[in-house]
Write a protein that binds this ligand. Sequence first.
Ligand code: HEM
Length: 180
Amino acid sequence: MKGIIFTEFMDLVEQKFGLEELDTVLSLAGDDGVYTAVGSYDHKSLVKLIVQLSQRTGISAQDLQRIFGQSVFHNLYRSLPTNSSLQNCKSTFHFIKLVEDYIHLEVKKLYPDANPPSFDFLSESETELVFDYLSARCMSHVCLGLIEGCANHYQQTVDIDMDNRVDDGSHVRFKVRLVG
Ligand code: HEM
């Protein structure tokens, strides 16, 4: 997992819970906290940090993933080069398709060791997009938060249903409905 995901996560913990809490969580997870944005690290280290933070704050690991996704969207978006496909994109559904068809592909080209999730699109209407999230990293609640952050960016309101297709969370069906 790219270091930018770790540095963004640590920034969020510091901002919401303070530097002392971040230090405690890192030390409980046996983590030295040394990450660079372009380095690559085992995604399990991020899971460990989330588990420790969850135990200390009483906020579920799923909710922490979701809050992280919501807040990281804007920084990921800002890191994108401006080009015509991005400028022409005016909606949440369109952006989610760009993520699969263009953004995550570019991420893989830039960093061959990166492993973003893949989306398998099943159906789309004006008001509903159904797709499967596929990832061995099982971070579907980060995905949920990112979609919410994306909808917020396009000033749209969405209602999201998630349906685990396998127990380990590596295959989750997302039904995103536009409600405003
Ligand atoms: C609606 C918007 C987006 C969604 C739903 C989405 C989904 C995800 C999820 C769920 C992950 C966590 C890893 C996993 O589950 O396997 C991830 C990783 C990642 N995403 Fe996205 N993403 C979005 C937008 C973006 C944007 C705008 C960028 C800009 C560069 C980006 C770059 C990355 C990178 C670098 C990783 C780490 C991959 C790795 O190191 O293995 N994503 N994405």
